[in-house]
Structures are given as C-alpha cells and as structure tokens.
Design a protein around this ligand. Sequence first.
Ligand code: TYD
Ligand code: MG
Length: 456
Amino acid sequence: MAKSKTVYFCQNCGASSSKWIGNCPSCKQWNTYVEEVVEKSSTQHIPAWVESKDSKPVKAEPKLISKLNSGPEHRIVTSDAELNRVLGGGVVLGSLVLIGGEPGIGKSTLMLQTALKLDHKVLYVSGEESENQLKMRADRVGIQNEACYILSATEIQEIFKQVKKLKPAILVIDSVQTLFSRSIESTPGSISQIRECTGQLLRFAKESNTPVFLIGHITKDGQIAGPKVLEHMVDTVLQFEGDRHHVYRILRAVKNRFGSASEMGIYEMDGHGLREVSNPSEVLISNRDQMLSGISITAAVEGVRPLMIETQALVSTAVYGTPQRNSNGYDLRRLNMLLAVLEKRCGFKLGSQDVFVNIAGGLKLDDPGTDLGIAAAILSSYENIPLPTFTAFVGEIGLSGEVRPTARMDQRVAEAEKLGFEEILVHSSSIKNLKPKTIKLIGVKNIMEAAEYLFG
Ligand code: TYD
Ligand code: MG
C-alpha cells in the first residue's frame, strides 16, 4: 500500500519541510513544526471547484496593454457605506476578501448584516453556528431579506455542490479555519487545509466572477491564524478591530488590490448589531462642557479620514519603586520616548511618576501627528491644569522636543474648524500654507513653546 504523503508545516509562518525542525529557518520561531498529511494514500486529489466537465484551460496569450479596455471594475455596492469605502467603492466581482479579527469582535455580525441588507442573492456558509443560531442572530439584527440563504457546512466539496445549485451573487464563508477538503487528511484549521480550501475558493471566485468573503480568526499577537500565505492569496485583507468592551469597532483595509489600503470604517455595536458611524469626530469627543485636567483633543488622520480624538492621560506619583507606564491605543514605546523628551528637554520630573494614557472609544492610533496632543494631556495632568476647552492639537514630536509638521494638515485643521474648535496648535512653519476661515492657528516650534503657551 502506498504511504500517505506528510509534510511538516510551521504553524506560525506556513514554511514547510520534509522533516521535523526545532527552529523555523524562515520565521525563527521554536517548536512550531507540525506534521500534516497532505495527500491521502488511496484517493487522488479531488478538485472541489470544476466549472464544467469539459472546460478546457483558457489559452493565455500576450496582449498589448495599450489595446486593452480598462473600464471600471464591476462592483456590487452594498448598503453599508463604511464597508464600501473600505473596499474602495463596493465589492469587486470575482474578488476574494479576507476579514480578520479576534473572536467575538463582530465579524459574523458584520457579514450577516451585510448579507441581509443586499438585494442580490447571497449564500452565507457557517461552519461555526447552526442554522438556528444564525436565525437568532438575524432576528436580533432585525432585517428581513428574501434573497439571503444560509448553509451550515464545513466540507468544501459539499459547499461547492450547493453553490452550483444556488448560483449566489456573493458567497460568505464563516470561517476559513472550519473548512476542510476531503482530499487532504489533516484537520480543519491546519495550514494545509486552509491553503487548499482558500485555493479552491480563489479559483471559484475568479472563474465564476463571484465575490467571496472569507472570515478568518486572528491569533493573540494579531496575525491571521494560519499562514501569511493566506494574505498573499486573497485580493483584499480587512482587519476588524477594537476593544471588545468598548462599543466602537474599526474595519481597516490592510491590503487592497482594488483600492486604497489605508481606508477605515467605524462601527458601533449595540443590541441590534453594528451601526455605521458616519460622524466619528462628534461621537469620539465625550463631554466638553467641563474639561478636566489630562484631557486633550487631537486632530488625527486615520486612513485618509480626519478624526478629532480625545486622549486622556493620568500622571500620579509612583507608590512603588518602578513607575508604571501604561497605554491603551497608543504605542507604549512612543509614550516612553515622549516622557523622556518631556523630562530632558522641558525639565518636567516625570521619572518618578506613574503615567497612564488612554485613547477614547478604544481606538488604536498609529498617526504620529497625535504626539503633541498626548504630550499636552500628560502635561495637563502633571500640572493639574485643564486645557482650554476649544483648543485642538496636531504635530509629531522629535527627539529634541521639536514639533514637526505632519501630513494632511489642511484636512485636520478643516475638521477641527467644522467641530467648532477655536484654536489649534500646529508647527509654526505650516501656518503660511493653511488658510482657515474661523479657527486661530497657534504656531509652535517645539514642545517647550507649547508648554509655555498652555501653562504660562
Ligand atoms: P460575533 O459577530 O459573533 O463575533 P465574531 O464572529 O467576530 O466572533 O459577535 C459577537 C459579539 O457581538 C457578542 O459579544 C455579542 C455582540 N453582539 C451585540 O452586541 N449585538 C448584536 O446585535 C449582536 C448580533 C452581537
Ligand atoms: Mg463568528
């Protein structure tokens, strides 16, 4: 009897080897190789998606690029404006979209809700929930739809059989980790199963021109479980993130072959599913009637959209030997750098203080333009002096304490103006390029000047 073929796969990066290795040569992780059966001994490879029995491979010939018709890609525009924007203007026909996110963040809710709102025929395949559970979820979201079908299945061959019968305009798979193909012996969720099933779905998407949404779980360190390979195979990778204990969720494009990869959409989770947040700045700034110390408002840009975000800092004398530094939504290393700059360049004695920073709404910021706002919040808490209510901040801070101009200054200033801010602290050289109508621009060269302006 022929032996079945096995290969060792690194569960972290997806590299393969014919024998077991302790230390992965490609991602340097230890003890990540697991043996997986890639081909059954007796049966041959069963291709899951075959358009028709006599379909011949299409002959590819080189063509002159100038002779090709470009035309816009055909897209299905969903009723979810945030999702459309993140996808670059709707779902491109024949595209394979991966939605990653931690368990419980709302991936299934988002996709089911989108499926229910579409006026195209949709098939929602769930390997995680029974039909009953899906129905309960749909009732909770409260949308009626006559064109949304659900299927509780995990075997790819079975799924394709149903897809051929139903011919949906959009296919949703929840989740890629539960899929399995009969032609491979390893368990669902293993690297070879994920790779095989995604390969089949990719082929299906391209040949039938049907968009496919794949839901994927991510591991604790934020990687999509399974190999990076998955991210290379698909056209678009969307990351659904946010704090489970906060109401806001962010849908971010990480990779997009059909649009910008820096777009993001904001949702709010309530008892009836996810609601689009179209005016994020207004909801992210909590209560401006009475400003407390340690709160500042930053004009940030997330993706290509300007956002006014409330940042909070708390500085208090450290009770124990080593002061604590903690940050929610802002990079901890960057916070440590800011504290060192404030101590060394401005003489604030922060070395013996606990410092906590929090970004409102559970958002995560990676825009360096938020530095000045964070520094202002820290100083305000340290001095115990509230910042002026209608003052906003924007600017990156360098190691010598200098404030640097950041990208999209005009958009940030315009957003602050729109929300009724009276003044905004910016880098002094950006002033001449900005033409605000009502808001006053306060130019500062470095953090010392900003502190001087704020606290005298
Ligand atoms: P879910 O979509 O199941 O997450 P995922 O598929 O990413 O694992 O979301 C589950 C969470 O969402 C759960 O904690 C309950 C919450 N939720 C609401 O708050 N309101 C709702 O209407 C729904 C359907 C879920
Ligand atoms: Mg789910």
